[in-house]
Design a protein around this ligand. Sequence first.
Ligand code: SAM
Length: 382
Amino acid sequence: MGKSSKDKRDAYYRLAKEQGWRARSAFKLLQLDEEFNLFENVTRVVDLCAAPGSWSQVLSRVLIKGESFGRCAWQDREAKFRQNMLKVIPSDAAGDSDEVTKPNKPVNEGPRQDVKIVSIDLQPISPLPGIITLRADITHPATVPLLLKALNPDYDPETMNQQAQHPVDLVISDGAPDVTGLHDLDIYVQSQLLFAALNLALCVLKPGGKFVAKIFRGRNVDLLYAQLKVFFEKVYVAKPRSSRASSVEAFIVCINFQPPEGFKASLEEPLGVGGRLPQMQAEQQEATTAQDDAPNDDGIVDMEIEDLTPSNPQDQKSIRWVAPFVACGDLSAFDSDASYRLPDDHVSLDPVQPPTAPPYKRAIELRRANGGAYGKVPIASK
Ligand code: SAM
């Protein structure tokens, strides 16, 4: 698909390039923030699976530069952009004209010195103002001390108290594996990545902190919601308007971290994945009815429910729990599943930040070395 055709089919892709975002995902975070005020009273933030860096750009601009991206800023620019496009579609263009007269610039409350943001990915992230970037694997236990050291160079687990070891107000994760197209496998791998993000968040979040992560909604996702409810006062499942309705993608938004008494998070012994899996399954079988014992084909495995008993007796009985669903983003925003007509003089822009080390890079090199797609020697036999 050419750039221009993608511009037509994906308004957020085009808008991201217009507004200088490295990826269209920026709008997902902005729309989530619009609904949940994620950045309120936040000074220590961790962005997991952050490359190419559009979520980090949002953090940098809102928390460090002090720009305000409430409904005013990005949507006004969107309205202006849309009005521009609608010049060639006379039918309902007039309706948008009022919005365009609103101020077009983000409100700037001034730069902040007290904010620290660490962004982590397997891929290198090109530098961003005020962001500390780490190239690391979020599933690896060594990543937690690395991250805490980046937030506080004096970090020392031997001498620091528990409170100082949990300094983070907000952990966000947009983690996604390379999608294979095999639906069940993709959902399974995604759930493993989600548990890695959750385990890491449990290690660094301070009480009262927030956790936001991408999920693929599959069967038994209500088990995951119930597990999150053990740790957070409020758990929502949110679908920003910039996330395609046709996609199983959604975001869990967990507010007010309240670790159960005696709980000790660890990436050596993570919850939901790895070595504790059979043990947890056995415990789960004891703790639930035959109905709830149904095998979980999403890779979502219950934690030690009895050890992590929530204080609310109602919650103790229910292993499954349905999180409130919140559609976020203003209804006037672009529909991510719709195609929009472009003006005849539309110029398609290049992406703001091409991938630094995409997984397909090696394949392209091999293909080039082989004389193109129809080279004489098959790559596999090289
Ligand atoms: N939020 C990003 C943005 O706004 O630009 C986009 C994130 S992209 C959808 C998913 C990222 O997850 C990829 O860059 C990938 O390298 C990263 N990822 C996947 N597995 C990871 C892992 N185990 N550790 C760290 N990053 C990982």
